[in-house]
Design a binder for this molecule. Structure first.
Ligand SMILES: [Zn+2]
Length: 186
């Protein structure tokens, strides 16, 4: 574990799931909106869409009940970051504690990306994806640079499937290859 990386958040410190989710939401919003996260001298923003729970699209969890939803009124991207996919829709998602207890890592990883974080980018139809992969800790932060050069958090997650690791390894190799080709062309 790099010296600049803090421990994961202790979930057991909290009275209940609502208190835990409120606390990590506070950390998330503080990091992005108050402390701010910068890359190449530009701030990384959060999409402002709010999550809305409906009876047939409950946030799936054994830990809480969406008749009293802990995500109600919070940003959709927050739910995205601390949950995984269920069926076809992405949010509300299935609560994932491994993602949730690492939410404060996002800022540390971008702030320290030159210090042992595997960085690469990839052009997509929607814009340029920037990846920050902390390989040994199995955690990745991804944000998108729009065509108008604005940065938005896309996702961040704990990589619990080797298939994802292979996918990111491939992208990293492609990025390195492209970079070396550009250098030769210079
Ligand atoms: Zn819900």
């Amino acid at each position: 574990m790099p010296s600049w990386l803090p421990n994961t958040i202790d979930y057991n410190k909290y009275k209940n799931i609502q208190e835990f989710i409120d606390e990590i939401y506070n950390i998330f919003i503080t990091d992005f909106h108050i402390k701010k996260i910068k890359f190449n001298d530009k701030y990384i923003g959060l999409a402002q869409k709010l999550l809305s729970c409906t009876p047939n699209e409950n946030c799936y969890s054994a830990e809480y009940n969406c008749s009293n939803c802990p995500f109600q009124g919070k940003l959709d991207i927050f739910n995205h970051v601390i949950t995984g996919k269920i069926n076809t829709y992405r949010t509300p998602g299935k609560f994932n504690l491994k993602r949730a207890v690492r939410i404060h890592w996002i800022k540390y990883i971008i702030d320290n990306y030159k210090n042992g974080v595997c960085y690469f980018n990839e052009q997509t139809r929607k814009g340029l994806n920037h990846y920050f992969w902390l390989v040994n800790e199995k955690f990745i932060v991804i944000f998108i640079e729009t065509k108008t050069h604005k940065y938005f958090l896309k996702t961040a997650f704990y990589i619990d499937k080797p298939t994802y690791e292979h996918k990111f390894q491939k992208k990293y190799e492609t990025y390195l290859l492209k970079k070396s080709t550009i250098k030769i062309a210079d």
